[in-house]
Design a protein around this ligand. Structure first.
Ligand SMILES: NC(=O)c1ccc[n+]([C@@H]2O[C@H](COP(=O)([O-])OP(=O)(O)OC[C@H]3O[C@@H](n4cnc5c(N)ncnc54)[C@H](O)[C@@H]3O)[C@@H](O)[C@H]2O)c1
Length: 252
């Protein structure tokens, strides 16, 4: 497939996990990609020797760092067509007000900063401009993690409002909403992943980074040319199907 031939993309938090799968997918389909990650070393290790992929250190919690990463993409490729807001703040206890602020500052405001910085380039992309935000099922129901969930709910709202603002400039803004994806945050919880697959996920497994990358590629591509302001759940049926309800009734 070559849906992204001639495109340039920037993926935040692309060093590993879902972000890295998105980078690989966009590259496979022809895009040149900037990986903007706070862990520059990990990003370099992941994409060492991969042509068409450039790495820049970027902390989405810092406006100057974001501006520099967008400028890096412009200088490297001369354009920017696709922004994928994937970075988030992992591993916060969320006990203190400061931790709540940090969660919001990275997970929600990070996407806001990146979108603002990238918008002039996306608007100049001749109708190809697209933002894809990586949300979470936590924005729609309780799965723990209050601050993270609230930040992701804010991101879902921002997806809609930015879509409205960007539409007159020919830029589309959408969101992919993942369920449980086996990335490093789950690496020491294999038993729990197996139980979730067997007892919670209607499709009988948890997700892979490639499940999300495929959805991101669709929303970023011309195949979704008339799609904006929407959220695509990629969650194995988690939010739509209440498996416990059926268990109690003994019917499904
Ligand atoms: N894994 C899941 O189960 C799951 C479920 C729902 C949603 N998501 C969402 O998917 C996205 C990716 O999750 P993942 O599991 O692949 O995460 P991950 O921890 O594997 O990777 C996240 C990447 O973001 C980078 N990062 C962290 N803070 C950053 C910052 N301030 N600036 C730039 N980069 C930063 C990290 O260095 C890392 O490379 C996140 O938005 C997450 O909320 C994940």
């Amino acid at each position: 497939m070559d849906r992204f031939q001639g495109y340039a993309a920037l993926v935040t938090g692309g060093a590993q996990g879902i972000g890295a799968a998105v980078v690989r997918r966009l590259r496979w389909e022809g895009a040149r990609v900037v990986v903007a990650d706070v862990d520059e070393e990990a990003a370099r290790k992941t994409f060492d020797g991969v042509g068409g992929v450039r790495v820049v250190r970027c902390d989405v919690g810092d406006a100057d760092s974001v501006a520099a990463a967008v400028a890096f993409a412009r200088d490297a490729f001369g354009r920017l067509d696709v922004l994928v807001n994937n970075a988030f703040a992992p591993d916060l206890a969320e006990d203190t007000e400061g931790e709540w602020r940090e969660q919001w500052d990275v997970t929600l405001m990070g996407a806001v900063r990146c979108a603002r910085a990238a918008m002039p380039l996306l608007a100049a992309a001749g109708g190809r401009g697209a933002v894809v935000n990586i949300g979470s099922v936590n924005s729609e129901a309780y799965f723990g993690n209050h601050a993270y969930s609230a930040a992701k709910a804010g991101l879902a709202s921002f997806t809609r409002t930015l879509a409205g603002e960007a539409a007159p400039h020919g830029v589309r803004v959408n969101q992919v909403t993942p369920g449980t994806i086996a990335t490093r945050g789950w690496q020491d919880r294999q038993e729990q992943l197996t139980a979730l697959a067997e007892r919670v996920y209607p499709l009988g497994r948890v997700g892979t980074p490639d499940d999300i990358a495929g959805a991101v590629a669709f929303l970023a591509s011309a195949d979704a040319a008339w799609v904006t302001g929407t959220t695509l759940r990629v969650d194995g049926g988690l939010l739509a199907v209440n498996t416990h309800f059926g268990e109690v009734l003994g019917e499904f």
